[in-house]
Design a protein around this ligand. Structure first.
Ligand code: BTN
Length: 326
């Protein structure tokens, strides 16, 4: 570990208590001037460290940046986030970066995270609003031993992991809107973009991207999405430490992903159905050049939406954009 990391560790160990510069320099085997320099660097990273000539240093608060060691501090997973976490102050798109890394052999569990995206992408070539420091823009590399036609399962599984992570970390009444939007009080809090690379008839890798609005004030959303989007800050009225949400997500994701391999997909769909309000609702669903209007009668064990139209005919819909009609 580098001196700066050791210093942070020493300060964290005594969080809430003062520690003298002399003691720190002895503990870290560096000069007091070096301690002073590293404290300055940590402050620049966003750590709130108070200093006093008499008492030394006091760590008042950690940074809100999604630095890899902050995410890993207290992370309870085996694979996801335990190996490489690639951190960018700014990047075009974490999904693009993760795909490049995966194509060069990055292992399952690799995490790519950014404070800001200049080209954040949503489903259907849409833009994902990705302002600096407000949200979570995170992509995971997976190498699931499944045939390509089962890849949509990963998206549905991710929606369950995101919803459960948010429920346990924030208590907000999160719901899933088919196929994979995460809503609170009918507004979009998070979205998932899954991209797949195949070789012959097998999956080479899957990249799962999560965009989640955490500390975005309502007035910061662009006018076009302000009425439809929300954030944890808007819903709960208080800012939320983003690293806590990332840890909760990685833990729920890993647990669901491992169970997918051992117990199959049915338990995931049971949980998915418990987290959605779509069944029984009147909806319109846009599918490329068609639109279906009717009542949702079920979402089956493959995640297929079943809509009964006004003539009583049932339609099985594999993918599309769903709008509630009432
Ligand atoms: C959607 O609801 O349309 C999906 C949005 C997915 C956005 C995330 S942000 C992290 C990752 N990188 C991207 O460019 N997109 C996904």
């Amino acid at each position: 570990m580098k001196t700066k990391d050791n210093l942070l560790f020493s300060l964290k160990e005594r969080k809430g208590n003062w520690v003298s510069g002399e003691l720190l320099s002895g503990e870290l085997s560096v000069t007091r001037a070096a301690v002073c320099k590293h404290v300055r660097n940590l402050r620049q990273e966003g750590y709130d460290i108070e200093s006093s000539t008499r008492k030394g240093y006091l760590l008042r608060g950690v940074t809100d940046r999604l630095l890899p060691h902050e995410i890993q501090d207290g992370l309870n997973t085996r694979t996801f986030g335990k190996g490489d976490i690639l951190y960018f102050e700014e990047t075009d798109s974490t999904n693009l970066k993760a795909k490049e890394l995966a194509a060069r052999g990055a292992p399952e569990g690799t995490v790519v995270i950014a404070e800001k995206q200049t080209c954040g992408r949503g489903r259907k070539q849409r833009v994902w609003f990705s302002p600096s420091g407000d949200g979570i823009y995170l992509s995971l590399v997976l190498r699931p031993p499944i045939p390509p036609n089962q890849a949509p399962r990963i998206t549905l599984m991710t929606a369950v992991a995101v919803a459960d992570a948010l429920l346990s970390a924030t208590g907000l009444p999160v719901r899933i809107k088919w196929p994979n939007d995460i809503l609170v009080h009918g507004k979009k809090l998070a979205g998932i973009l899954t991209e797949i690379s195949t070789e012959m008839d097998a999956v080479d890798f899957v990249v799962v991207g999560l965009g989640l609005n955490v500390n975005t004030p309502i007035e910061r959303f662009p006018q076009q999405i302000r009425g439809r989007a929300t954030s944890i800050l808007v819903e709960s009225g208080k800012p939320c430490p983003r690293a806590r949400i990332v840890r909760s997500y990685l833990e729920h994701f890993e647990s669901r992903y491992e169970k997918l391999a051992t117990e199959g997909f049915a338990p995931i769909m049971d949980r998915w159905r418990a987290l959605t309000d779509v069944v029984g609702r009147r909806v319109s669903v846009k599918v490329i050049n068609k639109e279906f209007v009717g009542q949702v009668t079920s979402v089956d064990n493959d995640g297929v939406l079943v809509v009964r139209d006004d003539e009583g005919e049932s339609h099985r819909i594999f993918s599309g954009d769903l709008y509630f009609q009432e």
